[in-house]
Design a protein around this ligand. Structure first.
Ligand code: UDP
Length: 333
């Protein structure tokens, strides 16, 4: 299939670009404005077009010229804290640009769409909704979560208006790890995610890891999250793409179904790296729910997907390989 990947120069998108080609022989065109992505992350024969999605007429021409059949939409801003400070950037990038992308698809006659949504659309679920299934009420507590939930709603309205649109909305939990060969990986500036920060501390690239809150109502007082390996995540996209139907949207939570605390992740990183990692205990980070982990049963029973990387050391090890190969990210290449 000819697949257009938006945000294909970013962390998750670049893994999609690689695996769509390597694992399934798809032809890939990337549209990325390189605001946060890296040219060097786009591997294989993929064509990289550096452009804004907002210019939908141009994007429509790209789709037509390359006979695109499906769009995987990863391009987005994804920092909860930043979204609180700069909400307009999030509604512009994540919501308005998704509308522009749909316009381009409409113009070019592309009818298949796989959307990166997020567990942040669930907000802070009450205990009876954990592990989190797809029917958990969606009450986002940040502009980031709302910017994605709006797109889910827009997709439903658009699909209802045309009848032949096929789409998936995949709600990610905490995406982690990297391609096991260490060729591509997570390179954010600034880095805010737990596993890369811990590993940077292990590699001596930062003095310590600060734990944001040690007084949560969790077994060891630190927040619990569901870390799903990026390769598994992209496998789920490919399975979903093959299963798209006009009958209904495919809506799935993507996680491993088990949560790890911040302290458990640090312990894992100590085992994997064999390095001492200095911890500082700090205050809570605003907006962090204590426990978030998925119930991934629906995608398993519908499509047969389940995460293969379920051992946290295995997930952390792939991220460590990337950092060892690229201590300064793509710019250090
Ligand atoms: N966290 C932390 N120290 C850090 C970065 C993250 O204690 O330097 C915690 C954060 O409070 C959350 C968990 O690690 O409980 C995962 O955070 P991350 O930013 O990786 O993902 P999020 O769950 O916010 O999407």
């Amino acid at each position: 299939m000819n697949v257009l990947v938006t945000g294909g120069a970013g962390y998750i998108g670049s893994h999609a670009v690689k695996y769509l080609q390597e694992k399934a022989g798809h032809q890939v065109v990337v549209v990325d404005n390189l605001s946060r992505g890296h040219r060097r992350a786009v591997k294989g024969e993929a064509i990289l077009i550096v452009h804004e999605l907002a210019d939908w007429k141009h994007v429509a021409r790209v789709m037509t010229n390359n006979q695109i059949e499906c769009v995987m939409h990863f391009a987005a801003k994804a920092y909860v804290g930043e979204s609180v400070e700069r909400p307009l950037d999030y509604y512009s990038n994540n919501t308005a640009d998704a509308v522009a992308l749909l316009r381009a698809m409409d113009q070019a006659g592309v009818r298949k769409f796989v959307f990166s949504s997020t567990c942040a659309t669930y907000g802070e679920p009450s205990d009876e909704h954990i592990p989190i299934g797809e029917t958990c009420p969606q009450r986002p507590i940040s502009p980031y979560g709302r910017s994605k939930l709006f797109v889910e709603q827009i997709l439903r309205d658009y699909a209802a208006s045309c009848g032949d649109f096929q789409y998936a909305m995949l709600r990610y939990f905490n995406v982690a790890g990297s391609d096991p060969n260490g060729e591509i990986g997570e390179d954010h500036d600034p880095e805010t995610h737990l596993i890369p920060i811990i590993l940077q501390a292990a590699a001596g690239l930062r003095p310590h890891i600060e734990i944001f809150g040690t007084d949560y109502a969790t077994p060891d007082g630190t927040c619990v999250r569901d870390y799903v390996h990026v390769e598994d995540l992209i496998d789920a996209h490919m399975v979903a793409m093959e299963a798209l139907t006009t009958d209904h949207p495919l809506v799935y939570n993507l996680g491993i179904g088990k949560g790890y605390s911040v302290r458990e992740i640090i312990e894992s990183a100590r085992r994997v790296t064999g390095k001492a990692i200095t911890i500082k205990e700090g205050p809570r980070r605003p907006g962090d729910p204590p426990r978030l982990f998925a119930n991934p049963a629906k995608i398993k029973s519908d499509l047969g997907w389940q995460a293969k990387h379920t051992d946290i050391d295995d997930i952390v090890r792939t991220a460590w390989t990337w950092i060892q190969n690229h201590p300064h990210g793509y710019n250090g290449e």
